[in-house]
Design a protein around this ligand. Sequence first.
Ligand code: G6P
Length: 471
Amino acid sequence: MAEQSGRLVVVSNRVGPLSDEGKAGGLAVGLADALRRRGGLWFGWSGEISDAGSSSELKTETHGSTSLVTIDLTQDEIDGFYFGYANRSLWPLLHYRLDIASFERSSDRVYRAVNRRFAERLAPQLEADDLVWIHDYHFFYMGSELRRASYDGRLGYFLHIPFCPPEMLTALPASHDLVRALLDYDVVGFQTEGDRRNFVAFCVQELGAEDVDGDRVRTSDGRVVRASAFPIGIDAEGFAEFATSEEAREHEAMVNDISRGRHQIVGVDRMDYSKGIVERFRGFEQLLEDHPEERGQVQFLQVAPLSRSELEAYVDLRNELEGLAGNINGRFATLDWNPIQILVNGFTRRALAGIYRAAQVCMVTPLRDGMNLVAKEFIAAQDPADPGVLILSRFAGARAELPEALIINPYSTDDVTRALLQALKMPLEERQRRHAAMRERVFRNTAQNWCETFLAVLDAPAERDLQPRSW
Ligand code: G6P
């Protein structure tokens, strides 16, 4: 095995937790694991808003060889960087929703300034042999800014969300700057081959770069950047254990109490327009409409914790979903049966694992999704002897690893309805066969493996020798 470099330095907008009290998602578990092994720091936003701006203090929390280092943002920064550029421009655009993306010069300016401020605060903390790993769409420019602040070590970037085709991305006024900034990293990672292809196509068509061997890009000034897909996983063992914990059993029992022998369908998503929840509700409604024999036999629970609720698109979505659920209940409910329920509160991960385990069917039907870890968590939480059925959108990154799910086009209500019927009637032997194949992959490609694979590439001598540094 190659000799390991120094510390790991992770940068993401949301940080931690470093210890798992049942709240950490797969990503945090994978990163915390790698941080513990290598020592290092995790740098990001404190979650606090303060007026101090560039003079705000760094907050440091140390656990053994690892520190969480965070800074506050000002209200103007939150508005321009987080709500504005990250979530009104980049999030919809990269999820193929040019129709609702908005582009404001002032947000672009604040976004770049926050990337610069983060880099300037982080640079003095870095050591020459650190591996620096930047995450997600909040920090496209962070690598270039670290270079500008004279950091000369290894720099990797991973995009957790989709990368849309160049034909769409070029609508973003500063799309060239944004993608050129990715070429300042040594390794750029994507969730799927499709995302990687879109990125390379942009570099070739728009920036005059060259595609080398399918996993590298040579820029017009001769730099070589590694660009590959690294599909993310979950902590499968940990999540499977959650599913048999006491808290999970309590939640499983609660769901069973409410469903009283009816088939239980679940959906679990942040309330976000990319998740296809509206289309899912329509598919469920059509099931009840076209198949009267299913009325009173099925129940749908949608868990949809609120997210980014200050943004209009998210307020509109909540109103639309509550309206749709109200209509469905209004049309079909009986004295002892409410077909559909939405819960907007969050659950602990143990509780969620119990809810998954109580379900006969899980609907993961995003219109576009980088990976979608709910699909993998549902598989890990099932009882292999009597597993539930996964309905999965063809537009989720997870589709590549989970082809035994019922793969649907979420835009087609008929497709959703057909898959629901098939799932509800699927014989035990077929459920076991499909589940076993998916479970094997979910347990093989874990969050920990994902993390180590990326870091091994970032740290590989071959990658280091690609070009002399010109900074
Ligand atoms: C997605 C993004 C993450 C983000 C999360 C929650 O999974 O890829 O970077 O942290 O959504 O969104 P929020 O805006 O609440 O951080």
